[in-house]
Unconditional design. Sequence first.
Lengths: 813, 155
Amino acid sequence: MSELSILGRRLPKVNAWAHLTGTARYADDIALPRMLYGRLLRSTKAHARIVSVDISRALAYPGVVAIVTGADMPEKMGIMPSTQDETALAVDKVRYVGEPVAAVAALDEDTAFDALSLIDVTYEDLEPIFTIEEALERDDVKIHDTSKRANVFKEVHLSFGDLEAGFAKADHVREDWFFFEGNTHAPLESHAAVASYDGDGKLTLWTCTQVPHYLHRELEKVLGLPRSRIRVIATPNGGAFGGKSDPFGHEFAAALLSMRTKRPVKITLDREEVFYAHRGRHPVKMRIKTGVKKDGEITAVEFQSYLDGGAYASYGIATTYYTGALLTVTYRVPAYKFDGVRVYTNKPPCGPKRGHGTTQPRFAFECQLDKIAADLGLDPIEYRLRILQPPNTRTVNDLRITSMGLGECLTAVKNATGWTRKREELGIGKGIGVAGSAYISGAGLPIYWNEMPHSGAEIRIDRGGGVTVMCGTAEIGQGSDNMLAAVTAEALGIYPEDVHVVSGDTSLAPVDLGSYSSRVTMMAGNATKNAGLKLRAQLFEVAAEKLGVPADRLNAAYRRIYDQKDPERAMTFVEAANLAEARYGTLVAAGSYKPPAGIGGNYKGAGVGPTPAYSYQAAVAEVTVDLETGQLTVDKITTAHDCGRALNPANAEGQVEGSAYMGYGEAIVEEQIFRGGLHKKPSLLDYKLPTSLDTPVLEAILVETMDSEGPYGAKEAGEGPLNPVIPAIANAVFDAIGVRFDETPITAEKILDALGKRDNRGVPKDRIGPTGLSEGKSDPKRAMRRLTASTDARERKKTDARPAGAGPRIGRD
Amino acid sequence: MTKTMLTLRVNGETHTVAAEPHHTLLEVLREELALTGTKHGCELGECGACTVLIDGIPVLSCLTLPLQVGKGEILTVEGMAKGPQLDPLQTAFAEEGAAQCGYCTPGMLLSARALLDANPRPTRDEIAQAISGNLCRCTGYTAIYEAVEKAAQRV
């Protein structure tokens, strides 16, 4: 391959200028003539039957134009077709405080807000369920009738290799419980949507969504309007992090209100509502048992996860599988068993947050590995380097690994931090800790079963040399628009600023499944590259003829097409484009991408985990603990990340630093917690986001492994780097004060408790964390045994009933 | 509610608008003057996204009533560039990747502008202090420090 001219350079993002001059148009910035303003009425009950919703008083309020309730949109919806358990607005029942019940459209926002208090909802209280343990045990209370047992949403049981033999071979076995507290994305932009149902019977919805294509499908289903008459435009997201990747009630409400009134309708959530929309990190209790030889080689891992899903499915089926799927891709694991269960509780639904489902088990596993290293007297970095899963292999659960840079990442953070010296020299109260991790570059399967590409891109060349790239990706701040422009520019030998990007528009751009699971660079990047290379071939054909040079000797860069042997023999990009258009007609090419077959196994549940390529990362955290106040200060986080190839190093580093920041917040302070059914801190004052003064020094190191599957070698950079940060901090705290924090967040109060200084009677502890599922009140294994038995029975029945040769079934049971 | 006539000096221009007297400066800028570059993240004074400068001082427009501003000179992100010439901060933010989703960026730029006006060669601690009222959820602040330092060197 010729040397790259655009990729690998630290160029400003093509969309930076709009952000920096205030001209970027986010959803709430849109104002249309005759536009109405909508507000949602939200449930004040955690669990209640809706006896009646009376809108007559509100409808009579001056300035109110229309009101819709759950009864107007009874169709079930949800991001995963197999588990749709939600309605746009609550029907019959409310399942969490903050669930939308009705929506008002009025001439102005103040009027809409005032009218909410005039909607009379009569509720009949039902007993709420708030904990994983209650949800597992309480058969008498059903949050959803669909739960076969108690309030279980989904349970999964997978086993690979000979677990018994593995543990029998072990010289040392550790079993630990962990708890990862739930937390939320808190993007600075609150959700907003503007719907306009026009005279031609077509609906346009501008909304800050990560998944315009999936939303498009759900709008059709709920509104009963053919998709051909709906256009979804994903506006630039003011931060998303997974929190804008579900279809939301306000999007449907704005659409229906616009259809009813034939006027544009805007609904913007306020900050408190964003905490109810949630879909954030699941609280997860975990038990992990690992057997190792004397030298640390892992012989078997048994992992159980208990996820508190909140009131609805969201991505829960995938989240559940993800808690178990990726534990095998970092270190050699010859035998592995995974049992996972996700339950419903009466709290805002949990969903995907940066690192989706892998962050919690990675915390548990990397903390446990740190303990194992200590048990065996091994240096934690040397230990990890010794047990690495090799590149170009398959894991015990049949995941295909291509490039694998975890070793380089661990070595990089070791060298950059002065690890060895600091491990020896740091005194009490000062600590240094490490962790590794991995993430996917896009999910191997789409959310709904289909054989079509995961991403499509279309490139058009204008006669003046301008180029337009169209792709359904959503720009959420991760730099996807810039990636599209840069890959297009690289393929055609022009500059990113020559490229006009049309993204996130279901009418103008080919389908891309969306900005989730860190799939965009891998999939939309490959689709764009494929489209670009088609046009490049056409340009080279006419240029070769004109210049009298074989096409394979040509290169395109800096708006020129030239002979690589004699660069003076050249023509401009515009000249070539004009010649090509004269020969071929209008210059348009489409490219698409679908992950290759055979990257995962063929068992039930094999659909979650495979990816075209895994990213790898390692982090070292350096901390100071104040032994009197319990205050934990994270001084520095150094993260090395294997991103395949950094298409734009400045942007890739920004993703690594941003991930470290977000992981840091989760480790020390952030928690989405409740008192009864009430959110304890639904504001940015109480739900603390780290400020500039809190945030540690962050150093990002990029490791390039040039992946064979990635576009120009690239893998993901946006999610994986969060994962190692949290266990690295917990391990550093152990190094500082000798206390294991097997739960998050690691607050000053918990540290004081561990030091025995929280009150006069305090006794020092060597560990903070759960000891079982019900804090010792009942046998923690009982619930899982019952689940296993019932699943086994059901599986037997299904296997008997299913025709031979039926393929893997994921997310569709 | 009866609207009140307001005369505001914004980005060097005089604007007279009718607005509800309880509406905040943030609302008036965005809804009456269509200056949507000023963002809102909480409307409770917690996030800093709505920061504007009034006579050079950073102010949370979501906690400010227009009537309080009087004859004060309001500067929003739309007024940072001098004609076609971008503010050095804007250029540096682009070069350093200091704007990811871009939502905190207008407020961040204005806080940084006020800092550089008062202290042309700030240390990193001083930058951290100056932007501590502006939450950023994307960058971890590192690229923002680098951008402010770069802009300071160029002024």
